[in-house]
Ligand binder design. Structure first.
Ligand SMILES: O=C(O)CCC(=O)C(=O)O
Ligand SMILES: [Fe+2]
Length: 325
C-alpha cells in the first residue's frame, strides 16, 4: 500500500514517496485529493509510464477526451501530445515562431485556463514531461484563488456581477499586446529557417474560429473548496459585457497584472518523468517556450468537468461536432 508526504511549495505542493505502481487505499487517495484542493497544483516525480500517468489522474476523477482532435495522441485518445519527440514519431510537430526580434521559440503558450473557450471547462489536467530541453521549456502556473483573496474589497464587489465574452485564441501572430501574453513581438519563421513551417502554421490557424464564443462569470466559487477564484482566462477574453471597451481593456489588464504577480506564480523547471496536475478551475498556466534545437515532448491527460458556468454568446450556437481520431 502506498504512502506519501506533501511538501508545500510557495504555490502548489510536491508529493514525495508515492510509489506510482502501488494501489492507494481509501484514506491515502482522499489525502491526495485533499492536498490537490488545498494547493491547486501537485508535482509528482518519477512517473515513468503511461499507465502510471493514467492511474494517478484517475484518482482525481473521470478522464475526458480533449475537444481539439489535432492535439490528441494517435495511440490513446485520453492523451494529448505537447511538442514532439526527438525521434519524430509524434503526431504533431509544433510551428516555430521568432519572438522579441531574434528569439526563436517553439511551445510558447500565453496564460490561459484549459477549455475556457467552452461553456463547461475541464476540472484539471496532468502534464507529464518525457523529453526535457536543456534550456527553458518551463511550465508556469498562477493561483487565482490567492489572487482573489488579495484584491481590494471594492474590486471584488465590482467583479461579483460581471460577465465576460471569451473566444479561443491560439494564433501567436494575433496575440501580441494582449493581456497575459509575455512577448513583445512575434513573427512566423520562414520555411528557409524551419522547413515545413508555413504548412504547419496554416494547420494551427484552423483552430481559431472553430469554437463558438462563450460567456462566463468574472468570479467563480470553486465547487469543492468554496473559495472564490478570478475566472478570467486572459488571452481568451474579448471584453466584459455591458462595459465601454476602453474600460473593459483597462480592467482586464489590471486583473491580469494582479493575477500574474510573483506571489501567485510557480514556474516548474522540468526533469524527465515529472508530472504536474493542476486544478484548472483555480489555476492559470502558460508555457515558457524553448529553442526548436532542443526537443520537448509531453503527454497530458484531461479531467472531465462538470463546471458549467458558461453559455454560448450566440444562443443559437452549438458545440462543434468533431470526429475522434
Ligand atoms: O507546455 C506547457 O508547458 C503547457 C501546456 C499547456 O498549456 C497544457 O498542457 O494545457
Ligand atoms: Fe493549457
Amino acid at each position: 500500500m502506498s504512502s506519501f508526504s506533501v511538501r508545500p511549495m510557495a504555490v502548489g505542493a510536491e508529493i514525495i514517496g508515492l510509489a506510482a505502481d502501488d494501489p492507494l487505499d481509501g484514506d491515502s487517495a482522499a489525502g491526495l485529493y485533499k492536498a490537490w484542493l488545498d494547493h491547486g497544483i501537485l508535482l509528482f516525480r518519477g512517473v515513468s509510464t503511461v499507465e502510471q500517468h493514467l492511474a494517478i489522474t484517475r484518482c482525481f476523477g473521470e478522464l475526458e477526451i480533449h475537444p481539439v482532435p489535432e492535439v490528441r495522441s494517435a495511440t490513446n485518445p485520453f492523451l494529448i501530445e505537447l511538442g514532439a519527440p526527438f525521434d519524430g514519431g509524434g503526431s504533431r510537430v509544433p510551428t516555430v515562431f521568432v519572438f522579441d526580434d531574434d528569439d526563436m521559440r517553439i511551445n510558447r503558450i500565453a496564460w490561459h485556463r484549459d477549455t475556457a473557450y467552452a461553456p463547461d471547462i475541464c476540472k484539471g489536467a496532468m502534464l507529464r514531461m518525457l523529453e526535457v530541453p536543456e534550456h527553458e521549456g518551463e511550465t508556469m502556473v498562477a493561483d487565482t484563488a490567492k489572487a482573489w483573496d488579495d484584491l481590494p474589497a471594492e474590486v471584488q464587489q465590482r467583479l461579483e456581477t460581471l460577465e465576460f465574452k471569451a473566444t479561443l485564441r491560439t494564433a501567436h501572430l494575433n496575440l501580441t499586446g494582449r493581456a497575459g501574453v509575455f512577448w513583445d513581438s512575434v513573427r512566423l519563421a520562414s520555411d528557409e529557417e524551419f522547413p515545413g513551417n508555413e504548412e504547419r502554421s496554416q494547420r494551427d490557424g484552423a483552430l481559431d474560429g472553430r469554437y463558438p464564443s462563450v460567456i462566463h462569470p468574472a468570479v467563480m466559487t470553486h465547487p469543492e473548496s468554496g473559495r472564490k477564484c478570478i475566472f478570467l482566462s486572459p488571452t481568451y477574453v474579448d471584453y466584459f459585457l455591458d462595459m465601454e471597451r476602453d474600460e473593459s481593456d483597462a480592467l482586464l489588464t489590471y486583473l491580469t497584472d494582479h493575477m500574474l504577480k510573483s506571489d501567485y506564480v510557480y514556474m516548474h523547471r522540468w526533469q524527465a518523468d515529472d508530472a504536474i496536475l493542476w486544478d484548472n478551475r483555480r489555476m492559470l498556466h502558460a508555457g515558457r517556450g524553448n529553442s526548436p534545437e532542443e526537443p520537448r515532448f509531453g503527454l497530458r491527460t484531461t479531467l472531465a468537468g462538470p463546471l458549467k458556468t458558461g453559455r454560448y454568446f450566440d444562443p443559437e450556437a452549438t458545440k462543434p461536432d468533431l470526429q475522434l481520431n
